[in-house]
Design a binder for this molecule. Structure first.
Ligand SMILES: *Cc1c(COP(=O)(O)O)cnc(C)c1O
Length: 492
């Protein structure tokens, strides 16, 4: 046998010079940690120069490799400065976690083990089980309940509603849903996250069969409207099967009355899923500990680690009270994936039997690192701090003659707008949108916007453990300063 030319059987993809490699790696890590340390001193966000966008996008496929040191340098010079901004204490957009240095270490550790969490018998599996046990304890689920780590709440909610569908119609994995006699219907609030709609679409139920129940003045689901909608669907011979409640809506941080929703679900025999993406973690704080009552009444809950827990993207979890129906919905058997009593094929039950994916990354490790390092004490006090900061900002808005509060602040989100009490709503929408764009482009602060009852609001979501009261005072003064610029002419 002659090896193909230029190839030797000694070749592999490891470094030729391990010592030099380790030096480069140590220097790189040093740089990354310093980058995080000094994040507050940089602009919140800066646009990537257009030429750099195309240079990055259109780079030719490398045929011959280059030195790792030059790739690290390129990352530092061209990629790192133009990130999404969520490390910065004045990043207030959407709901993004701020990360921690420990996130960097844990991701490196996870890549070192390079574990596939589909199943089998190895240490990473036990870390994921441990993290799930901690989540069960946090959310008051019994140890008999099941769970799985997911890419986030979208995936967790998709899985939860698939399990709810199994509960409602039995095993349709062979026959599909077409043979099912009655139209399935689900319910959520008009303020619910779009991932609920997507899940209903993907499950073949169709979004016309997701009822978006109106909300009250605090943006919580109107429960008499919910019950009326259920009764109407029953009267018209459809099959209600699930209600999704939200703890912490993305628009305003509104919290549905989960205890009451669960009563309605018991009455009509419906699955009750909670989207607790970020808000569910507030149940760890003293002020919001009563959220645990509602969570305990649910059949399943989805929550994210990459938001208020600051674990690096991505990571979330699904917990399910009924382990059996969870397993029934996703379990498979394949000779190639034989579960055995001993050896690497042991470690039953396998996570691939509790979700759609076979190969799964080691998401548990970064959660394990974070919770061990900070403890629940520090995690919950950083969440409580953000809620207190939101109350402070709400007061500042109420004290300002030119700012108008647009929604009650229930958790960590404050929605307000600049109002000169001279322009109509259409003009104010344009002015406030321009204020937010200028804030982002200046790199001073990065809130986002939303629409509440047709009015555009500056939306400040405080999820960052680095945010201080001074950052919020600065935000208000930046908004007032930009509003004093000749905005009307520009937006006209
Ligand atoms: C972020 C969020 C989601 C979606 O979660 P992902 O982790 O982004 O998939 C769903 N619901 C709420 C309330 C959210 O904040």
């Amino acid at each position: 046998m002659i090896p193909p030319s230029n190839l030797t059987f000694q070749d592999n993809l490891d470094p030729a010079d391990w010592v030099a490699y380790r030096d480069t790696a140590a220097g790189f890590l040093q740089h990354l940690l310093e980058w995080v340390q000094h994040a507050p001193a940089r602009p919140v966000w800066q646009e990537i120069p257009p030429s750099l966008k195309s240079q990055i996008t259109d780079e030719v496929l490398p045929i011959d490799g280059e030195e790792i040191s030059s790739i690290c340098r390129e990352f530092i010079d061209r990629i790192l400065p133009y990130g999404p901004g969520n490390l910065h204490p004045r990043f207030f957009g959407w709901v993004n976690g701020a990360g921690t240095p420990t996130g960097i270490l844990s991701e490196m550790a996870s890549a070192t083990l390079n574990a596939n969490l589909g199943g089998r018998d190895h240490s990473a599996v036990y870390i994921e089980r441990c993290v799930l046990n901690w989540c069960k304890e946090i959310f008051g689920f019994s140890s008999a309940s099941s769970g799985i780590l997911t890419s986030g709440t979208s995936m967790a909610t998709l899985c939860a509603l698939a399990i709810a569908r199994t509960t409602a119609v039995g095993d349709i994995r062979r026959s599909g849903l077409q043979r099912h006699a009655r139209q399935l219907v689900a319910y959520t609030s008009a303020e619910a996250h779009i991932s609920v709609t997507k899940a209903i679409e993907l499950l073949g139920i169709g979004r016309d069969n997701l009822r978006l129940i109106p909300t009250d003045a605090s943006f919580q689901m109107d429960l008499s409207a919910l019950e009326r909608a259920i009764k109407k669907d029953l009267a018209e011979n459809r099959q209600p099967f699930a209600v999704v409640g939200t703890i912490g809506t993305v628009n305003t941080g509104a919290i549905d009355d989960c205890v009451e929703i669960s009563r309605i679900c018991r009455k009509y025999d419906l699955w009750f899923h909670i989207d607790g993406a970020f808000g569910a973690w507030a149940s760890l704080t003293e002020d919001h500990s009563s959220l645990r009552d509602g969570i305990a009444c649910s059949d399943s809950i989805a929550a994210d680690f990459h938001k208020w827990l600051h674990v690096p993207y991505d990571g979330g979890c699904l917990l399910v009270k009924d382990e059996r129906v969870h397993y029934e919905t996703f379990s498979t058997s394949q000779p190639y994936l034989a579960r055995t009593g001993r050896g690497l094929g042991a470690g039953h039950p396998w996570f691939c039997d509790y979700g759609p994916e076979l190969s799964r990354g080691f998401r548990g490790l970064k959660v394990w690192f974070l919770l061990k390092e900070k403890g629940i004490g520090r995690v919950s006090s950083s969440i409580a701090k953000n809620c207190a900061q939101a109350k402070f900002l709400e007061e500042m808005v109420q004290l300002s003659p030119s700012l108008e509060l647009m929604a009650p602040t229930q958790l960590n989100i404050v929605c307000f707008r600049y109002n000169d009490y001279d322009s109509d709503d259409g003009e104010l929408n344009k002015i406030n949108s321009e204020i937010v764009t200028r804030l982002q482009e200046s790199g001073l602060a990065a809130p986002s916007t939303t629409i509440l009852h047709g009015k555009l609001a500056i939306r400040v979501s405080i999820v960052n453990h680095r945010t201080s009261i001074e950052d919020l005072e600065s935000l208000i003064s930046y908004v007032e300063r930009i509003a004093a610029e000749p905005l009307r002419r520009i937006v006209a």
